[in-house]
Design a protein around this ligand. Structure first.
Ligand code: HEM
Length: 154
């Protein structure tokens, strides 16, 4: 059996993202959202996702985008129910596990799980118990209040 190494840098991120979206496109319901409905331009979308995960894992700071808005604009046209997110996660976990093993591999899966929850609850305006205002600590309340006061980016 081939020994799997951890995700160590940008080339590994690119390998992971390429393998993952190959699976996504081959999956009937998910592939339909990307290629049938959103008609994603893969030449520009893949580099954007390299930058996204490179920034999540290695703080590359190269991602420019708005994932909530990108998925929000799809809800009228596509099935973005939780089972679709779960399907996305199953493919993501299996791609990571096939290619890599280690701390970063575990971390990127947990990040994807958290972000799937956040994107799903935001686009459907479903309150997520993890962000229930009643459960915030005083420190979180102060921090969130300061976000609201700071100028919004367009
Ligand atoms: C049901 C599951 C999902 C579907 C069907 C889906 C589909 C899409 C589509 C069609 C786009 C837009 C591409 C474009 O307009 O060019 C997009 C963008 C994106 N998605 Fe997803 N997505 C899903 C879940 C996720 C999850 C869980 C994450 C993160 C962990 C994610 C990360 C992103 C990012 C970073 C972008 C680019 C956003 C931007 O342009 O600013 N997606 N997604």
């Amino acid at each position: 059996m081939m020994d799997r190494l951890d995700i160590l840098g940008r080339p590994d991120i690119e390998r992971l993202v390429n393998a993952f979206y190959t699976k996504v496109r081959a999956d009937e319901p998910l592939g339909h959202v990307f290629d049938g409905i959103a008609k994603v331009n893969w030449e520009t979308h893949l580099p954007k996702l390299y930058n996204f995960w490179d920034t999540v894992l290695f703080r590359a700071g190269t991602f420019r985008g708005n994932p909530i808005a990108a998925h929000m604009k799809l809800i009228e046209h596509a099935d973005l129910s939780w089972p679709m997110f779960e399907r996305w996660l199953v493919l993501f976990r299996s791609t990571v596990d096939e290619l890599f093993a280690g701390e970063n591999a575990g971390h990127i899966i947990r990040c994807a799980e958290d972000m799937a929850q956040v994107i799903h609850s935001k686009i459907h305006a479903i309150p997520n118990p993890r962000f229930n205002p009643e459960r915030l600590t005083p420190e979180q309340k102060a921090r969130y209040a300061s976000y609201r006061e700071s100028p919004q980016e367009p």
